[in-house]
Design a protein around this ligand. Structure first.
Ligand SMILES: C[S@@+](CC[C@H](N)C(=O)[O-])C[C@H]1O[C@@H](n2cnc3c(N)ncnc32)[C@H](O)[C@@H]1O
Ligand code: SF4
Length: 338
């Protein structure tokens, strides 16, 4: 095996030659919904205040990623990033960086109607809003909160504020909402949103994921194909997790993120920072690298960059979900940052 890099600057490259340019930053592990595939009704043991990175600490680490490590895309997520009080300030500080990264946000949409214009003005480029059903009773069952109307208002607010293209993420579950693929696509097309279906992954806090219950990319495409003509999108996919299809000849598109049945680890360009300052090379990594401890112990930028590069060097070739020895990571998706 080649030795880990010792220089402090340069891109985040791993042993397989992949370069991470897309940074996902979790701003909180807390959430105001309780999606059944993500967390239990009672919530989780949340991180305590002092464990969380402060706003300035987050901005410093993002600056190091952008200015020393070649990161060009920054996505804020969680938990629910809109409930972080300092969000607008963090976005504007990141938007002021040179070179300026592209900045996006993955959110459940609650409160987005009110915040969209402010976030746009602060420098947010676009949003992904999660929406798994258009049926109010189902939404209430699935998220354990009666808030569908707020999500729909958040989507409209994001589009009106110019946070475009507005992307919609949907997870389908067997016997719950797996009959809604065409309706979700009709809805997205009618509003000019870009819809992407995500295969359910073994990242729930309850460890209730079951491969046989998972709705696969093939099934999603078959369901859509009964109502729409789908043709492979000729655009270059690059490191994008979604495979995209033109709908009825285009230009509208729909995406499917087949993380389990169509893994894209070979092209992965992501690096992750948790809300408590741990670098993770992969959603499914079982190792983390502590930047918060080093940062609070007085490490300079060069040292933090070196640690980040070392963490990414150890990135595994793939997530290994198909490996009989696969172990679900100890932290759930909401704590890692989806
Ligand atoms: C963890 S959430 C965090 C951001 C925000 N709360 C939201 O829901 O968009 C990010 C994305 O991960 C998805 N997600 C959560 N648990 C998942 C799982 N077990 N498998 C696949 N996707 C999951 C959600 O549907 C959402 O689109
Ligand atoms: S998927 Fe997002 S909105 Fe739903 S419980 Fe998890 S973090 Fe919250």
């Amino acid at each position: 095996m080649t030795a880990a890099p010792t220089t402090t600057d340069g891109v985040l490259v791993d042993r397989y030659g992949r370069v991470a340019r897309d940074l996902r930053v979790s701003l909180t592990d807390k959430c105001n919904l309780r999606c059944t595939y993500c967390m239990p009704a009672e919530g989780l043991p949340w991180l305590a205040g002092p464990q969380l990175l402060g706003d300035d600490e987050i901005v410093r680490l993002v600056r190091i990623a952008v200015q020393r490590l070649g990161v060009t895309e920054v996505r804020f997520t969680g938990g629910e990033p809109l409930i972080r009080p300092g969000l607008v300030g963090i976005v504007s500080a990141v938007a002021a960086l040179e070179p300026r990264p592209r900045i996006s946000l993955t959110t459940n949409g609650l409160g987005l109607e009110r915040l969209a214009a402010t976030l746009r003005a602060a420098g947010l480029d676009r949003v992904n809003v999660s929406l798994d059903t258009l049926d109010r009773a189902r939404f209430t069952e699935l998220t354990r909160r009666d808030r569908l109307a707020d999500v729909l208002a958040g989507l409209s607010g994001a589009a009106a504020a110019g946070l475009t293209p507005v992307k919609v993420n949907a997870v389908l579950m067997r016997g719950v909402n797996d009959d809604e693929a065409p309706a979700l696509l009709r809805f997205a097309l009618a509003h000019g949103y870009e819809l992407r279906f995500i295969e359910q992954m073994p990242l729930d806090a309850q460890h209730g994921w079951d491969r046989t219950a998972m709705v696969t990319a093939d099934e999603i495409l078959a369901a859509l194909g009964r109502e729409f003509a789908l043709t492979p999108d000729p655009a270059e996919r690059g490191a994008a997790p979604a495979e995209t299809w033109l709908v009825n000849g285009g230009p509208d598109r729909v995406g499917v993120i087949g993380s389990v049945t169509r893994p894209f680890c070979g092209d992965c360009d992501r690096t992750r920072l948790t809300a408590d300052g741990q670098v993770r090379a992969c959603l499914f990594a079982t190792e983390e690298s502590d930047l918060r401890g080093a940062l609070r112990a007085g490490a300079d930028d060069a040292e933090l960059a070196r640690r980040w590069r070392t963490a990414m060097w150890g990135k595994r070739a793939g997530h290994g979900i198909d490996d009989p020895a696969f172990l679900q990571p100890a932290r759930p998706m909401s704590a890692i940052g989806g």
